[in-house]
Design a binder for this molecule. Structure first.
Ligand SMILES: [Zn+2]
Length: 205
């Protein structure tokens, strides 16, 4: 098998290592792995009881996202499956992917966050729908915060007395996660956390 990012042949593991590494198959080589930088930020905000981000947004990550999301190389969904599995708590929680707007989903042909979860074998419940297509980057912070809700909980969803974990690929301004958390809390959720693969900025929500 070859590294999914640089195409170099992956070293096959010696058999004893194979045994203990069964759950941790890597799809990329060590060199490519090292080019990603862990950040492991854990914090909280008004609406989110805990936000965990795993990697920084460096050059390697920018490349990865471009190839995965925009060039739609769906095989790349599995590159961080071990890290996502280690970070996302599945014990008495409900995992909720941040959805794309339906029109965007058709354009891009696949839901990139759902695909990350599927590949990592993490069960999820897509109870949110996106209500607005506005591009965050074009708005000021004030405009973003005063905007109409970006998400709605799907009709007939039963909100359970458990922890909801929102999952998104990248945390940039925090607006997306805040809006999603607000929708869940308004629907009755008591505890909402979030996990993002990447953290682009370190400003507080
Ligand atoms: Zn590589």
């Amino acid at each position: 098998m070859n590294c999914l990012l640089c195409e170099r042949r992956l070293q096959s593991l010696p058999s004893w290592q194979m045994l203990i590494a069964v759950e941790k198959t890597s799809l990329i080589c060590d060199d490519c792995s090292k080019s990603f930088e862990r950040v492991d930020i854990i914090e909280e905000s008004n609406l989110l009881d805990r936000i965990t981000s795993i990697y920084t947004y460096n050059e390697a990550m920018r490349e990865y996202l471009h190839q995965y999301k925009f060039l739609q190389d769906i095989a790349l969904a599995g590159v961080f499956m071990n890290e996502l599995r280690e970070t996302i708590n599945t014990h008495h929680t409900i995992i909720v992917p941040i959805p794309m707007h339906p029109i965007k989903k058709i354009e891009r042909t696949f839901a990139h966050v759902e695909e990350l979860l599927k590949t990592a074998d993490l069960p999820f419940d897509d109870i949110l729908v996106k209500t607005d297509t506005a591009v965050m980057g074009e708005k000021t912070r004030e405009e973003r915060l005063s905007m109409a809700p970006l998400f709605q909980v799907k009709p007939y969803t039963t909100i359970r007395d458990t922890t909801y974990i929102l999952v998104d690929d990248i945390y940039t301004t925090g607006t997306t996660l805040s809006h999603a958390a607000a929708a869940l809390k308004e629907a009755g959720a008591t505890r909402v956390e979030a996990v993002t693969l990447i953290r682009a900025e370190t400003t507080k929500l």
